[in-house]
Design a protein around this ligand. Structure first.
Ligand code: KIV
Ligand code: ZN
Length: 513
């Protein structure tokens, strides 16, 4: 009988906590719904004690998700566990995920506690969580740099205390595959009650080995893998969901295990995360990169024409890429447009669909071919954009070889309309100065990047700008056929993110573990 490996998705927790990947509550809900539709077993929705914003996001996701387990992260502190429960308790299938470090280096330098003290905290944390819900995961942080016997003892005691899943994280991305697989084998052999829990792994990608390590763990008894869409996450990221899922699917002949993921949903989900965060996937990224299925070499193309199996180990259709090359244009009707919007993972109301269709028609007047990226830009930026503090309502720029660039900008700030003008060293500088003048913004612009989201001179421009203020960093993004307008949108998007972070994510968490 075919066995399944559970997929525990932590895009909204480990993924979202890395710089530049932050999402607001509405965006997190969209990602969570998409993950549920794709068939993940667990959605780790956030770290409720970290901030009010995190708490509210986890609570909102718990209320929205019906089938999938919703987990909230908590350190092995009573207050963290209570807060995590408050956030997930309305979920149909709530889970508390509690963790504490197990390596001597963390115990000595960070926790400043003895092994005995840490063991007792771990057990108390699991018991406290268990009073709230049956479904409790325990993680031994920095497991791969821990003393094996101590780790085995901690895992065994966590299971005795009621943990239903025990997670072995490679927190610092230090392990290599053979060694990690062997560690899992050791725990399976040496923790007497291990059969009473699901063994999970959570790998970071510092050496580029997160997927390989997860796979090695699966081959040695792990039945849950923690991962993120596009491999986003702390530092070099986490195990990429799309890679581990497709590795198990493509190599079922060797490994004999599968997941419950609807793999056709992989590509749209990857696109959704990249479109919300504004961070593009590298072109050569396995499974979801723009070149992942592009065969350039003549010899390969020749082979493919004769028989696809010569150079293709999986079809693009399996990961949901089949129609992505379908180009729409001004002759495309409502039906084709609506189908494409749905395939891209957006569930719009009748009104929203009508508005999106009109915006699509307007875009067709500006550019001949409309690609998926263009449709995402319309839907994500214009149709389902949640009301923000700052809104751009008008922008006009004059510039040229003999002119001093001048921008006129009109904005709404909390609904109040303000319009003014300013000069700059170039059109973008003029726009940014005018926005600063209107909003009184004092942040530093540390990076400004321009990209074309599709080919051709009529391509939509995509602009990213990174602002820093009071140790907070945000990346704003904006898209438009006019690069100057895209720049204004990106700046304002960054200001909204900064405002959100300052108001909702100002953490009051005591960072000592
Ligand atoms: O990397 C890590 O150890 C974690 C734990 C909280 C599971 O993210
Ligand atoms: Zn992690």
């Amino acid at each position: 009988m075919l066995q399944f490996v559970k997929i525990f998705d932590t895009t909204l927790r480990d993924g979202e906590q890395s710089p530049g990947f932050s999402m607001n509550v509405a965006e997190k809900i969209r990602v969570a719904k998409r993950l549920e539709q794709m068939g993940v077993d667990v959605i780790e929705a956030g770290f409720p004690v970290a901030s009010q914003g995190d708490f509210e996001a986890v609570q909102a996701i718990a209320a929205e998700i019906k089938e999938t387990v919703v987990a909230g992260l908590a350190r092995a502190h009573p207050n963290d566990i209570d807060r995590a429960w408050e956030a997930v308790k309305k979920a149909e299938r709530p889970m508390i995920h509690t963790f504490i470090s197990s390596s001597d280096i963390h115990l000595e330098h960070q926790l400043k506690m003895s092994r005995k003290e840490v063991l007792s905290l771990a057990v108390r944390a699991v018991k406290r969580a268990k009073n709230y819900t049956d479904d409790v995961e325990f993680s031994a942080m920095d497991a791969t740099r821990s003393d094996r016997e101590y780790l085995a003892q901690m895992i065994g005691e966590a299971i005795d205390a009621g943990a239903t899943t025990v997670n072995i994280p490679d927190t610092v991305g230090y392990a290599v595959p053979g060694e990690f697989g062997e560690l899992i084998g050791y725990l399976v052999e040496n923790v007497p009650n291990i059969q009473e829990a699901v063994v999970s792994v959570h790998c970071h990608n510092d050496l580029g080995l997160a997927v390989a390590n997860s796979l090695a763990a699966v081959r040695n008894g792990t039945r849950q893998v923690e991962c993120t869409i596009n491999g986003i996450g702390e530092r070099a990221g986490n195990t990429a969901l799309e890679e581990i899922v497709m590795a198990l699917k493509v190599r079922k002949d060797l490994i004999g295990l599968d997941t419950r993921i609807q793999t056709e949903q992989i590509y749209p989900t990857s696109r959704l995360v990249s479109s919300i965060t504004g961070i593009r996937v590298q072109p050569n990224k396995a499974i979801v990169g723009a070149n992942a299925f592009a065969h350039e070499s003549g010899i390969h193309q020749d082979g493919l024409l004769k028989n696809k199996a010569t150079y293709e180990i999986m079809t693009p259709e399996t990961v949901g890429l089949s129609k992505s090359t379908l180009v729409l244009g001004k002759h495309s009707g409502r039906h084709a447009f609506g189908d494409r919007v749905k395939d891209l993972g957006y569930d719009l109301t009748g009104d929203q669909m009508e508005k999106a269709f009109q915006a699509f028609k307007n875009l067709c007047d500006l550019k001949k071919h409309v690609y998926d990226e263009d449709i995402e830009a319309i839907v994500a930026d214009e149709i389902i954009q949640i009301p923000d503090k700052y809104r751009l309502t008008f922008l006009s720029v004059t510039s040229g070889s003999e002119l001093i660039p001048t921008a006129t900008v009109q904005m709404e700030i909390d609904g109040k309309v303000i319009k003014t003008a300013d000069l700059g060293n170039g059109p973008v500088d003029a726009v940014f100065k005018t926005i600063k003048r209107i909003t009184g913004d004092t942040s530093n612009l540390v990076r400004y990047e321009v990209d074309a989201i599709t080919g051709g001179t009529d391509a939509q421009g995509s602009v990213k700008c990174t602002l820093e203020k009071d140790e907070l960093t945000v990346i704003g993004h904006g898209r438009d056929t006019d690069i100057i307008v895209a720049s204004g949108k990106a700046y304002i998007n960054a200001l909204n993110k900064l405002n959100y972070k300052q108001n909702y994510l100002a953490t009051d968490m005591d960072r000592s573990l």
